[in-house]
Write a protein that binds this ligand. Structure first.
Ligand code: FA5
Ligand code: MG
Length: 518
């Protein structure tokens, strides 16, 4: 019997946070599913200490969560919950969401919105096969509401529910749009709250042609269906560099349950589908500036790793002089499909950063702008239209450095090198280059703690925070780090006094970290 069909699972289904998008209406409407968070234990046992203020509890969109030792979500972050940028008229995030949905429309794809951001660690990590020591689980990378509950770090937290919905409704695919939360670095393309869209497509075995038809023959007919669907996609003119190929036996394997031909077809369908999306976005962006010479867009596929797909891929575009990661994707782990009752299916899934796409589409140079309530920003966009954003002015930056000693520990290894392009385990937050399992222990310094303090004190008044110097003391082995904080508003010139005051507050709060200010 399928696990998903047991009474326990059916009882656990309840209508709430995911809602369907009615293509004829702007706003999202009613119904879908979420697994009830009924297995939470009351208290944390990991004994980690928390540098942020301990509060009796957190209220999130009308629900109250008593805090425990694991709680690290700050009020600054909670202020951003519920803004629904994906459903705000004339907002670039909503316009981009609809553009993506137009490439993945019903009836093949059911378009959902997941409005409620609090999910269980089970849905965010366990169900997706995240190992216990995955950096994404660490409190340095994820906002914990309590020990068993987080602000979701990715839309994949709803993947299991969405696959169950597919199983229950005889559907084939979905998209889910949601706000997601990560304790991440601070720069022009990273913000602690951002939006993701996840998509998935599955193919089931067709009904038997006649009673003698074997499973292999059924599989072959399914393969023909996938091939037919690939061939039916319009050709695009993009120049694609494919550095990953369909799989790699050692670094990016086909799952043992899968027929290699099936898996390769699914990969081909996945890549062509996402290339259609990139093509549509760039055509729209270029139509917005017909006077400009068309630049050849550089796009590449590279290998990636996600616990819930294999083989896995990332798509990057060349933007402002560097490769910018747009999305992660892959062939869905068969165990995940089986767990949702989709045993006879094979499928792909992807997760894209909506801001990243919107920055390319609208020429928005800084991710913080999407949160702006300044009319000079908002009035530049209109539903159904792609317009080129014109900066209303560039206000002067103000740099301040902060230097300190950290204790030598594995977790204070060089934090240089943020989001990886080398395919290490960075899914859903958690950068294996910055993080190590040791960082979940108390008293280990982690770069994201500085980011969080800066965010908490200065919010969107900081453009980026960068490590500019590091060295190890030859005698005592202590490590010195120097971070440069770039205070700059997108909306006005900051005064010296204002910046000094902010920087003093940052310095004071840093005293709570396991460091010695120099
Ligand atoms: C994921 O979150 C996976 N859930 C994606 C996925 C889904 C893979 C389904 C396979 C199957 P990742 O951590 O790489 O993967 O994030 C996906 C995208 O979100 C990134 O490619 C990037 O476009 C965007 N993103 C990640 N962090 C930030 C951030 N701090 N600010 C803005 N965008 C971000
Ligand atoms: Mg990634």
């Amino acid at each position: 019997m399928h696990l998903a069909r047991t009474g326990a699972f059916l009882r656990a289904l309840r209508v709430s946070s995911l809602s369907e998008v009615d293509p004829k209406k702007t706003a999202a409407t009613s119904s879908l599913i979420e697994i009830e968070q009924d297995e939470h234990s009351q208290s944390s046992t990991d004994g980690t200490s928390n540098w942020s203020e301990t509060k009796p509890g957190k209220s999130i969109l009308g629900r109250h969560y008593p805090s425990d030792q694991t709680t690290n979500v700050t009020d600054t972050i909670l202020e951003l919950v519920g803004r629904k940028l994906y459903d705000t008229p004339n907002h670039p995030i909503a316009i981009t969401r609809k553009l993506i949905e137009s490439v993945f429309p019903p009836p093949v794809y059911k378009n959902h919105i997941a409005t409620y951001p609090v999910v269980s660690t089970k849905d965010n990590f366990d169900v997706l096969g995240f190992p216990e020591d995955h950096p994404g689980r660490s409190r340095t990378d994820t906002y914990y509401v309590d020990s068993k509950t987080v602000l979701r770090t990715h839309t994949s937290a709803h993947q299991h529910s969405a696959f169950q919905h597919i199983a229950d409704h005889e559907e084939n695919g979905y998209t889910i749009c949601a706000d997601v939360y990560r304790r991440d670095s601070i720069d022009r393309s990273h913000f602690p709250v951002f939006h993701q869209m996840e998509g998935a497509r599955t193919w089931q075995l067709p009904p038997k042609n006649h009673y003698k038809e074997t499973r292999l023959q059924q599989q072959q007919r399914r393969a023909q269906m996938i091939r037919g669907s690939i061939d039916a996609m319009p050709k695009h003119g993009l120049e694609i560099i494919d550095e990953a190929g369909p799989y790699n036996d050692h670094t990016n394997p086909i799952q043992i349950q899968h027929d290699p031909d099936d898996s390769q077809l699914v990969v081909e369908h996945l890549k062509r589908s996402l290339e259609q999306l990139v093509q549509k976005v760039f055509t729209a962006a270029q139509e917005a500036r017909p006077d400009q010479k068309q630049e050849q867009l550089k796009v590449r596929w590279i290998e990636a790793y996600f616990p819930f797909t294999s083989p896995s891929f990332e798509l990057e575009v060349f933007w402002q002089g560097e490769w910018l990661e747009l999305l992660g994707s892959g062939v869905v782990q068969q165990s995940i499909l089986n767990h949702a009752g989709l045993n006879d299916r094979i499928g792909w899934a992807w997760g894209i950063g909506i801001e990243r796409l919107a920055m390319l589409l609208f020429n928005v140079p800084d991710i913080r702008l999407f949160w702006s309530q300044d009319e000079r920003f908002l009035k530049q966009f209109q539903d159904g239209k792609i317009t080129r954003f014109e900066s209303f002015s560039k206000f002067p930056p103000c740099y301040k450095d902060i230097s300190f000693w950290v204790r030598p520990s594995p977790a204070s290894a060089s934090p240089i090198g943020a989001e990886s392009s080398s395919g290490v385990a960075v899914a859903a937050g958690g950068d294996s280059k910055k993080a190590s399992p040791a960082e979940t222990q108390p008293a280990a310094f982690h770069e994201n703690d500085i980011m969080e303090i800066v965010r908490d004190v200065a919010g969107t008044l900081v453009e980026d925070v960068r490590l500019v110097d590091e060295f190890v003391h030859p005698q005592n082995g202590k490590k010195s780090l120097c971070y440069r904080i770039n205070y700059r508003s997108n909306e006005r010139t900051l005064t010296n006094e204002e910046v000094n005051e902010l920087h003093q507050k940052v310095t004071d709060k840093m005293m709570q970290l396991p460091i010695e200010i120099r």
